[in-house]
Design a protein. Structure first.
Length: 279
C-alpha cells in the first residue's frame, strides 16, 4: 500500500479572518512524532493537536469559507489511522459493537469549500482521520436539537451570509472520565466559533455533556431514563479554565467576557433555542 503524503497539507490559516489568530496553546501531554510539526498535525483547511496519553485530540481548529462553498463533492469516507502518529490515536476497536459514534471534531460538512471541487473533496476526506474524531454516544452525536443543531446553525449562518469563520472543537479531557476499552471517554465537549463580519471579529463558546448517555455503554446495566440534552453558551475564558487550552487574544472578542478583565464567575447560559445565542 502506497504511503500517504501529507507534505501538501497547509492546515489551519492563522490569518484567515484578517486578524492574526494563532493556533491555541496547550498545557497538556501533546503527542509528538516525526510527522507532527511542533505537536500539530496539519490537514487541508484544519489542524489537530493530539493528547498522547489520552490518544484523543485536545482540539481541532478549522477555517470555513462561506464564499467558496460547494453543496457536495466526491470524497472518500473511510476512517483511517494517521501514519504520522500511529500510537497516539484510538482506532476502530473503540467503536465496534456499541453505541459510540466516531464523532467528527472538524465536521465533513464544514470542509465543503475551496477554489475547486477537488480541493473541497480533499479536505472532506481528511476529516476521516481517527485523529479528528472522539467517542460520542450516537444519541449525542446525532441529536438535531442540540449539538448537531448548533453545528448546522453555524454552518448555515456562515454559508448564507458568505462569511469566514474559525471553528475550534474538542473534548474536555478530565482525569475522572470513565474508562471503556482502555480509553477514557470524554463526558463533555466544547466548541468556540470566531466569525469575521465587515467590521469586526466576534467569538462565542459552547459546552454540552453526554455524561448520562455513557452509562448505557454497559449493555448488562439497566438503561437509565435520559433527560433533555442541554447545550450551553459560555465564555471563551471558561473553556480555557476547563481544558487548559489558551485562546490568547481570541477571548477579547467574546461578547460575554466581562469588561476590563474583571474576574467575574462565568455562568453558562442554557440554550433553549438558537435564538438565545448572544453574538
Amino acid at each position: 500500500m502506497m504511503a500517504l503524503d501529507y507534505s501538501n497539507r497547509r492546515g489551519f490559516d492563522t490569518g484567515f479572518l484578517g486578524a492574526d489568530l494563532p493556533l491555541p496553546g496547550v498545557s497538556a501531554d501533546v503527542a509528538v512524532g516525526p510527522g507532527a510539526v511542533d505537536g500539530i498535525l496539519h490537514y487541508h483547511h484544519f489542524s489537530v493537536v493530539m493528547n498522547g496519553a489520552r490518544r484523543l485530540a485536545i482540539y481541532s481548529a478549522a477555517n470555513l469559507d462561506g464564499r467558496r462553498r460547494f453543496t457536495q463533492v466526491p470524497h472518500a469516507d473511510r476512517w483511517i489511522i494517521d501514519p504520522r502518529l500511529p500510537q497516539a490515536q484510538a482506532g476502530n476497536a473503540l467503536y465496534t459493537g456499541n453505541d459510540l459514534d466516531r464523532g467528527h471534531l472538524t465536521r465533513r460538512a464544514d470542509m465543503l469549500w475551496g477554489d475547486t471541487a477537488a480541493e473541497a473533496g480533499a479536505a472532506v476526506t481528511d476529516t476521516y482521520h481517527y485523529t479528528n474524531c472522539a467517542p460520542q454516544h450516537r444519541d449525542f452525536n446525532q441529536n438535531d436539537t442540540t449539538w448537531q443543531g448548533l453545528e448546522n446553525y453555524i454552518l448555515v449562518t456562515v454559508g448564507d451570509h458568505r462569511l469566514r469563520a474559525n471553528v475550534y472543537t474538542g473534548p474536555i479531557l478530565d482525569p475522572g472520565d470513565p474508562t471503556y476499552r482502555g480509553v477514557r471517554i470524554p463526558r463533555a465537549f466544547w466548541k468556540v466559533v470566531a466569525v469575521a463580519t465587515a467590521d469586526r471579529v466576534h467569538a462565542t463558546a459552547y459546552l454540552i455533556e453526554q455524561t448520562n448517555l455513557l452509562d448505557t455503554l454497559d449493555r448488562s446495566a439497566e438503561q437509565p431514563p435520559l433527560g433533555a440534552y442541554r447545550t450551553y453558551q459560555t465564555r471563551v475564558s471558561h473553556i480555557e479554565t476547563l481544558t487548559g487550552v489558551d485562546f490568547g487574544i481570541l477571548r477579547t472578542y467574546d461578547p460575554l467576557e466581562p469588561p476590563h478583565g474583571e474576574a467575574e464567575e462565568p455562568v453558562p447560559t442554557e440554550l433553549h433555542g438558537l435564538h438565545d445565542i448572544k453574538l
